[in-house]
Design a protein around this ligand. Structure first.
Ligand code: IVH
Length: 711
């Protein structure tokens, strides 16, 4: 190959990289698609295996960048019976009884962001608020258009699935089911990482959201107006996206529409196997978009949708052995090892028995025949004991990788309930049905605590293997040790390169300063999840106060009151159990907490109880599109002493309405509730910042202390 050709190849590759960046990352292309294709074709001709041809779109490896979802990706409420469908219809319909019915695709959720009609970003669901950037992989999915036939700005949500045929042909050995593989292929960092090829995936859309014209690109066309979801489905098809389904169930009465919906569940039960990909139920969604708005959401799911799930699949196998595992909270749980059995397409060899109490309740013996059930993606469980197994019950069984299962029938015996921890051998405590290892330094607990901490703080550089390695070699014996790791420590580990080590250190460094709420939730105290941690941190304010409450946890007044517990149970969602769990959890981890507080900067929350200001005692509801995320506005309101609720009622004091506010605004007007726009709210808030000097004359308006003066 001549020097000139080499130079040309280099030039073409550089140009393709530059134009990809302009197109995918900046959405400011300098050339049109045909011109881009010409460059591509020439490079392909001159150097068919050039790595640039394998690099598509954005250069960011999947998962390395987090994406805040502009519209949160929620879950669905679940049902399994006809009665629950009837109840859902009754609860959701006032007049128009129309529901869109779509198969519930058993894959991995994906959000596609189109700007001016071009695909600029794709993200996984993540925790619903924040996902991972998987643009490079999404661009390889053949039926995802890089460009819509509409030039506007929108977010398209759907499910990525893999056809069963492709799965069986190419991947049955490397993944337990198509869903895992779809998720793995989507999140893989490099095209050839062996996790499955994104070009074997299929995207099916179930939702489209539009950016209000204020925020959209100035040259973008206005979003189309839809009254029904079924119109969005047809629109999706018209712009080049394949929807999940478009069947509409209608009826004049609650019973008639319920019966149409039940027919859909029957239809999909009978035709489930005809589809090329796996589905696990049927999703019903109220078709009328304005009625959806009226019904609203819970923190977990919309009230206008229901996922009816196929009944779980069951199978019979043999209990071969029972092992005990110590978890993060110290609970020691039995894991049943069973002869391999296929349940809903997955080979199961381990199942949970929950706790020691369950072992006794089932009266189970090793060597028994057992019935197991697997519901969706939940861990399979033993639901029934069918008596002693025979040798022939083990015949014709295969492991997940296809190799044959060779084992003799074990002698029938009761599973031994341990008295010491299987990991650290400390004496176990019996706590109702549970067995508990109370040794905080138990290696099994430390590994899981470290993992929990890293996941909560989004440090994906530290996964299961590394956490195990760090604990095994003794570099990490307790959580704070993580922050004492040096480059040399990390490099001394097997298979640890400089790049990964420095990535780990950077991630640790970035979590050295964190809010109290994050700190509390990442500690992983039993029973204290992120939501509760946030409410508790908002009430308590800072770590010192919290630790002094821990110290005073048993103090009781002459009148028999416990002020610490009373303060905690006044928090929304906190009852006696949570309060005790929090205080007890912190008390036993006292030295870890003190150590961490020394290493980290734990920033104070604005405590709700002491925050007072111009919004004191007033209730607010926020609606419409605003310039800042609603959560941020809600926090600011709370910091000024206000309360934020999600529904409009006559009792509401103020509705903060942004762009394209819909039914909530109408309702507020009808009920005579005062309406504020964002700048009016901002003026009032800035008054709160000056609330030390309640009347300031630094603006043309004379400010006074109470909100009512501003309306
Ligand atoms: S509608 C507010 N439709 O199921 C959420 N979801 O269990 C609206 N899913 O996260 C979702 N097929 O990823 C909808 N036809 C379908 C679906 C579907 C699968 C997934 C989706 C969601 C999960 C909830």
């Amino acid at each position: 190959m001549g020097g000139e050709t080499l130079e040309r190849i280099e030039h073409l590759a550089a140009e393709i990289a530059r134009h990809s960046h302009l197109y995918y990352n900046l959405a400011t292309p300098e050339i049109n698609d045909a011109e881009f294709d010409t460059l591509w074709d020439e490079l392909k001709r001159l150097s068919p295996n050039h790595p640039q041809l394998r690099r598509v779109g954005a250069e960011v490896p999947a998962g390395s960048v987090k994406v805040d979802h502009r519209f949160p990706m929620r879950s669905l409420d679940k049902a399994t019976t006809d009665k629950e469908i009837f109840h859902f219809v009754q609860e959701t319909t006032a007049e128009g009884r129309r529901f869109l019915a779509q198969p519930k695709l058993d894959g991995s959720a994906l959000s596609l962001e189109y700007r001016r009609g071009r695909l600029v970003r794709a993200a996984t669901r993540g925790n619903g608020e924040r996902g991972e950037d998987v643009t490079a992989n999404a661009l390889r999915i053949p039926n995802i258009p890089h460009r819509l036939t509409w030039d506007g700005d929108c977010h398209v949500r759907g499910e990525v699935v893999m056809s069963l045929d492709v799965f069986k042909e190419k991947y049955a050995d490397i993944a337990p089911n198509p869903r895992n593989l779809a998720a793995g292929s989507l999140r893989q960092k490099y095209v050839d990482s062996g996790k499955g090829d994104a070009s074997d995936l299929i995207f099916l859309a179930y939702d489209a959201r539009f950016i209000s014209s204020d925020d959209a690109h100035p040259d973008s066309p206005n979003p189309p107006h839809f009254e029904y979801d079924s119109e969005i489905v047809h629109w999706l098809r018209s712009v080049g996206i394949e929807p999940a389904g478009d069947f509409v169930c209608e009826g004049d009465t609650v019973s008639a529409v319920t019966s149409a919906m039940i027919s859909q569940t029957k239809y999909w039960t009978d035709n489930r196997d005809e589809l090329p990909w796996e589905i696990d139920g049927v999703v019903f969604k109220l078709d009328d978009l304005s009625k959806r708005e009226l019904l609203g959401m819970t923190a977990h799911h919309p009230r206008w949708a229901l996922a009816w799930k196929f009944p779980p699949e069951e199978a019979v196998t043999v209990l071969m052995d029972v092992d005990w595992q110590t978890g993060r909270t110290g609970a020691v749980t039995p894991v049943a090892r069973v002869a391999p059995v296929v349940v809903s397409g997955v080979t199961v060899e381990n199942t949970t028995l929950h706790n020691a109490g369950e072992v006794e309740r089932l009266g189970i013996h090793i060597g028994d025949k057992v019935r197991i059930v697997r519901r969706g993606d939940v861990i399979p469980k033993i639901i029934e004991v069918l008596g002693p197994a025979k040798s022939e019950d083990l015949v014709g069984r295969f492991h997940g990788d296809g190799s044959s299962f060779e084992a003799a029938l074990p002698t029938r015996s009761m599973p031994e309930i341990p008295s010491t921890c299987p990991e650290c051998e400390s004496l176990l405590e019996i706590d109702g049905a549970f067995l508990r290892c109370n040794n905080l330094d138990c290696p099994a607990r430390v590994i899981r605590t470290v993992l929990y901490w890293c996941r909560a703080l989004e440090m994906d550089g530290i996964g299961q293997k590394l956490a195990e390695q760090l604990c095994d070699v003794g570099l990490v014996r307790t959580l704070p040790d993580l922050y004492r790791l040096s480059m040399a420590d990390l490099l001394s580990l097997e298979r640890m390169g400089e790049k990964s080590a420095s990535n780990v250190l950077t991630q640790l460094e970035s979590t050295r300063s964190l809010m109290l709420s994050k700190f509390l939730s990442a500690l992983g105290l039993p029973g204290i999840g992120p939501e509760l941690a946030t409410s508790i941190a908002a009430e308590v304010g800072n770590l010192d106060t919290l630790m002094s409450m821990v110290e005073a946890k048993d103090d009781v007044t002459d009148m028999g009151h416990n002020p610490v517990i009373e303060r905690l149970v006044a928090i929304d969602g906190v009852g006696q159990t949570v309060a005790f769990s929090l205080l007890e959890g912190l008390a036993v981890r006292c030295s870890i907490v003190i150590d961490l507080a020394d290493i980290l900067e734990i920033t104070s929350e604005i405590p709700s109880s002491i925050s007072s200001g111009v919004l004191d005692g007033k209730t607010f509801c926020i609606t419409g599109t605003l310039s800042r995320p609603r959560k941020e506005i809600a926090l600011a309101i709370k910091a000024s002493g206000g309360k934020v609720v999600s529904t409009v009622s006559g009792k509401l004091d103020y509705l903060v309405a942004g762009e394209s506010a819909g039914s909530k605004l109408e309702k507020a007007k009808r009920l005579g509730v005062s309406v504020l726009n964002e700048s009016e709210l901002d003026v009032i808030m800035s008054n709160n910042e000056n609330s030390d000097s309640k009347t300031t004359a630094n603006s043309s308006i004379q400010r006074s202390g109470t909100l009512d003066d501003w309306i």
